[in-house]
Structure formats: structure tokens, C-alpha cells
Design a protein around this ligand. Structure first.
Ligand code: HEC
Length: 270
């Protein structure tokens, strides 16, 4: 019979299987890629800059520790995380790393060029922009869409639809709709609103779009499964995760040029 002590050691040894499977920078990168979306060996090799043979070996290690699973799809093996808990494990590890290790912060700072500066700019700008947007809304839009953004129902029963649609609140478009993206909304508003009198400047259209999109609206389920390849996500998408270091506020409200430059720089061959 194993002693109590031996049993205890066996349990801890089992846990080290997971820890040692993760204790490799290439495998952490593979996990990070798989947190974003399931991928084939070829895709993982390409994105991590490793050979296919190397990638397969690292994937085997992760699979033995039951961190990932593989599924054959025709000619390809597609890998995915074995469980959402694995994503949480990686995100926690990363959070602890960022919090506890100064070097990580420095490395990230070098990578996210001028990150703090952008954060500050966007929050100050944001306050001004939303205030300006509210003024545009109150003066030019509330007459039809109503001061509370709830729209004008055709009859007292909301199921009969609206004469002027709600722009936020329970009956409005949901947060996954194109209209919830500030650049899309600004373009639409500039072209069409106020209805019959579309005379806003670009800035006014942008500010009022940001104001509308800062309001509560129905949440679409499972948004994080949209855009399996995050780098193809529109830069004014309104829900994470993104394949870039910019804060969510900046994706929602701008400024957008730094985000555009970031993606352009990534696409240039180095
Ligand atoms: C004269 C009434 C009127 C005014 C004023 C008006 N709108 Fe509209 N708006 C409408 C109508 C009607 C629709 C629906 C028809 C359409 O989409 O073209 C609409 C649609 C919209 C939509 C799309 C909603 C959706 O669910 O897709 C947005 C966004 C919008 N308006 C924003 C604005 C903004 C911003 C202003 C002020 C700058 C404004 N509107 C002023 C009548 C108005």
C-alpha cells in the first residue's frame, strides 16, 4: 500500500505534466494561437515561424498533457484547445506574468509602441467626443429617435414596429450589428441622417455615432467566436478579442489611424 506521503507526491507529479508541457516558449505560443481559434498544423507552423515537424512535435507534447485535441479534417489535422479551462489557464498565466515580471511589461511596451500614450489620448478624446455627440443627437436626432434613443413606435404596442427606429435600448440593433461599429455608423449617418436633411460634417457624424454606440443595447451571444482569424476583424469592431494591443475603447471610438498603421506595419515583409 502506498503511504499517504507517496500518494500526495503522485498527485503533485501529475500536475507537473501540465506545467512541464507549458514550460516552453514555442508551446506557449501555440497555446496562445489556439486560444484565438482552432488551427491546422500548417497554419500553426506558418504563424509561429516553426517547421511543420517541430510544430507537430510540440503539439504532441501539448496533446499528451491533454491541453489540446486534434481532429482529422480531410487531409489536415486541426488542433483545438481541449477545454475552455486551458484558455483560462493561459490567460491567467499571462496576467500573472504581466503583473509580476517587470521584464514582461518592458517587452510588451517595446512591442506595443507608445501604448500608454494612445490609451491616454483615446480616453480624453473620448470624453470630448461623446459630449459633442450628445449635443448633435439632442439637437438633430432626438426629434425622431426620441431623447432616450428609444425611437417612435408605430402604435402603442412595440410589436407593430417603429416609425423611427430605436438607436439604443432593448429593441435596437444588437452589439454584433454593423451599425454598432462606429465607422460604419458614421458613414451611414453622414450619408442619410438627419433623414431628409443629411448635412452633418464628418466630425459631427463621427461624434454622434460614437455617442450612440456608447449606449446600452442587446448583446449578441458568442461574439468571441466571430472572426476566427482576429487579424481580419474590422478595426472598429466593438467586442474583443483583437489581434492587437489597442484598448477596446479605441476600437470602439477611435482614434483609428494608429490601429490602421499597426496592421499595415504587420503586413509589410520585414
Ligand atoms: C426626420 C426623422 C429622423 C431624424 C431627424 C433622424 N433620423 Fe435616423 N432614422 C430615421 C428613419 C425613418 C430611419 C429608418 C430608415 C432608414 O434606415 O433609412 C432612421 C435610421 C437611423 C439609423 C439606423 C438604425 C438601424 O437600426 O439600422 C441610425 C443609426 C440613425 N437613423 C441615426 C440618426 C442620427 C445620428 C440622427 C441625427 C444626426 C438621425 N438619425 C436623425 C429618421 C430620422
Amino acid at each position: 500500500m502506498p503511504t499517504q506521503r507517496q500518494r500526495k507526491e503522485r498527485v503533485y507529479r501529475l500536475f507537473t505534466r501540465i506545467a512541464s508541457a507549458m514550460a516552453n516558449p514555442h508551446r506557449l505560443e501555440l497555446l496562445d494561437l489556439l486560444v484565438q481559434a482552432p488551427r491546422t498544423v500548417e497554419e500553426l507552423a506558418r504563424e509561429s515561424g516553426m517547421s511543420i515537424a517541430n510544430t507537430s512535435q510540440h503539439l504532441q507534447r501539448l496533446k499528451q498533457a491533454r491541453l489540446v485535441m486534434a481532429k482529422r479534417e480531410g487531409l489536415y489535422m486541426r488542433y483545438r484547445l481541449a477545454d475552455p479551462a486551458v484558455a483560462r489557464l493561459w490567460l491567467e498565466l499571462r496576467a500573472v506574468g504581466e503583473q509580476q515580471l517587470d521584464e514582461v511589461e518592458q517587452a510588451l511596451d517595446a512591442y506595443r509602441t507608445r501604448r500608454h500614450e494612445f490609451e491616454k489620448v483615446s480616453i480624453d478624446e473620448l470624453r470630448d467626443r461623446l459630449q459633442a455627440g450628445k449635443a448633435v443627437f439632442d439637437n438633430r436626432c432626438a426629434i425622431c429617435h426620441r431623447a432616450d434613443g428609444g425611437g417612435l413606435p408605430a402604435t402603442p404596442s412595440r410589436i407593430d414596429g417603429y416609425v423611427f427606429p430605436p438607436l439604443w435600448g432593448p429593441d435596437s440593433f444588437n452589439n454584433g450589428a454593423g451599425m454598432n461599429r462606429v465607422l460604419t455608423a458614421a458613414r451611414f449617418i453622414k450619408a442619410k441622417m438627419p433623414l431628409g436633411e443629411a448635412d452633418l460634417t464628418d466630425d459631427q457624424a463621427f461624434d454622434v455615432a460614437a455617442y450612440i454606440n456608447s449606449q446600452p443595447r442587446p448583446q449578441m451571444a458568442d461574439l468571441e467566436k466571430d472572426y476566427p482569424d482576429r487579424s481580419t476583424k474590422p478595426i472598429d469592431g466593438t467586442y474583443g478579442p483583437f489581434a492587437d494591443p489597442f484598448p477596446i475603447e479605441q476600437h470602439r471610438f477611435g482614434p483609428f489611424p494608429p490601429i490602421e498603421q499597426h496592421y499595415k506595419a504587420l503586413k509589410k515583409p520585414s
